[in-house]
Design a binder for this molecule. Structure first.
Ligand SMILES: Cc1ncc(C[n+]2csc(CCOP(=O)(O)OP(=O)(O)O)c2C)c(N)n1
Length: 341
């Protein structure tokens, strides 16, 4: 389906416990997204809702290597990144429902998920800035002489944006501890990447900036886990940034409620569904003997119960008090007044 580079899992072989944790995380993301898609149809979500269905292996495989004090910067399609970085499903769902118990206190919605306490430094409706923000985080981690890393998730739509050039070049010359993760799901809304890119191999672009660039199968969680593990270990050790292109596919529309026809064929969608990262990985785990179908079914059931409880929690949570509308709002003009604190 896509020409990908074979990644050697040097030192990054997952233990049986990690193997199951990867499965649990992917299923948690999938069930949460399915709940959100249903809630969107019920009118419970205010604002846009871009789901991550089909792309779960990337967030799960990358974030498995991150610590709470590492910083993730994400996109409009960021629910999976938030969950994998440690935001509980109830706080993600409540945020999309606009409730005060959401991770951004119900003020942000899908595209403004913030949870700095777990290193989720924000999802964003603007295409591209996550690249620069992660570069900035890497710069501060270097100045602070820590081994923390900054991670940018972004789509193929961001790689022809100037932020890509600026971020990768700066990270390269200063050897910043950053991982750039391009989630190439083949389309930016309805524009095929094969049309929009003079060189559609994003991984190869790393060479243009003097940093390692890889293209891998983003629907293979173990390939993601191996490649990200190596890149993150290198960044922590002062070896500088890496560009990781993960080839994947979103199997739902660009955003809930949008049409999903005219720019891709149903056959193409069906072909990619066969490559579903969770189904593939389930087969792999069973074949490897790490867990049998019963154990995996038990995880499915636990996750389904967790997400159902999270949805109830969100539904029954209060709205933010309108009297607090001005709280947490930064007023630049007021801050510049003489005597302002
Ligand atoms: C700077 C900027 N330009 C245009 C848009 C409009 N827009 C919203 S989503 C999107 C497509 C993004 O595609 P990609 O980065 O590949 O991510 P995907 O939706 O495929 O996950 C665009 C162009 C935007 N939000 N920001």
């Amino acid at each position: 389906m896509c020409a990908t580079q074979k990644v050697e899992a040097t030192g990054q072989v997952a233990s049986p416990k990690e193997l199951l944790a990867l499965y649990r995380m992917m299923v948690t993301i999938r069930r949460t997204e399915e709940q959100l898609a249903k809630a969107y149809q019920q009118g419970l979500i205010h604002g846009a809702c871009h789901t991550y269905v089909g792309e779960e292996a990337i967030a799960a495989g990358v974030c498995a290597h991150l610590r709470v004090d590492d910083a993730v910067f994400s996109t409009h399609r960021g629910h999976g990144h938030a969950l994998a970085k440690g935001v509980p499903p109830r706080e993600v769902i409540a945020e999309l429902y606009g409730r005060v118990t959401g991770c951004s206190r119900g003020r942000g919605g899908s595209m403004h998920l913030f949870a700095p306490e777990v290193g989720l430094m924000g999802t964003s409706g603007i295409v591209g800035p996550s690249i620069l923000q992660a570069t900035g985080a890497g710069y501060s981690f270097m100045l602070l002489k820590t081994d923390r890393v900054g991670v940018a998730f972004f789509g193929d739509g961001a790689v022809n944006n100037g932020a890509f050039h600026e971020g990768l070049n700066l990270a390269s010359i200063w050897k910043l501890p950053v991982l750039f993760v391009c989630e190439n799901n083949q389309y930016a809304t309805e524009i095929a990447f094969s049309y929009a890119a003079g060189n559609p191999n994003v991984g190869e672009r790393g060479a243009a900036y003097g940093l390692p660039g890889l293209t891998i199968d983003g629907n293979d969680v173990l390939a993601v886990y191996a490649a990200a593990g190596e890149a993150i270990a290198r960044a922590r050790a002062g070896g500088g940034p890496t560009l990781l292109e993960c080839r994947t596919y979103r199997t739902r529309a660009h955003a809930e409620g949008m049409r999903d026809a005219g720019y891709r064929t149903q056959e193409e969608v069906e072909q990619w569904k066969v490559q579903d990262p969770i189904t593939r990985y389930r087969g792999h785990v069973q074949e490897s003997g790490a867990a049998d179908a019963r154990a995996l079914d038990a995880i499915d059931e636990e996750v389904a119960a967790l997400v159902a409880e999270a949805a109830d929690f969100a539904y029954n949570s209060p709205w933010p008090d309108p009297g607090t509308a001005h709280d947490f709002v930064y007023d630049m003009a007021a801050a510049m007044q003489p005597g302002a604190g």
